[in-house]
Design a protein. Structure first.
Length: 110
């Protein structure tokens, strides 16, 4: 089960990396960032194929999207100087609480 969650976190990492390259790709006109983001997205989905065989897809997708949203928002603030209002920050922490609850109470959680 630990390996499954490592694959899930790897998928989240690659999805976040690909998403962070979207603004840098300049609408897919820059070949290197565009190629890298495509590779990252493919790697994310490849790792997810292993995870959905072990965990319910609802749990997988809630965790993948929730942690991805949280991480991208934080990295957008750090690297792209995008602002986060206090309601947005509260919402991000509610997402994390939701991910924890979903994983804690699922029958296949660690």
């Amino acid at each position: 089960m630990v390996k499954t969650y490592l694959f899930l976190f790897g998928a989240i990492f690659f999805e976040v990396a690909g998403t962070m390259l979207l603004p840098i790709s300049k609408n897919f006109t820059k070949i290197v960032p565009t190629t890298a983001l495509a590779v990252f997205y493919l790697a994310a989905f490849y790792l997810l194929t292993f995870v959905v065989n072990k965990l319910p897809i609802a749990i997988v997708y809630a965790t993948w999207s929730g942690l991805g949203i949280f991480t991208i928002a934080i990295l957008g603030y750090i690297f792209f100087k995008q602002t986060l209002t206090w309601p947005a920050i509260l919402g991000l922490f509610l997402i994390i609480i939701g991910v924890i609850l979903v994983n804690s109470f699922s029958k296949t959680a660690l």
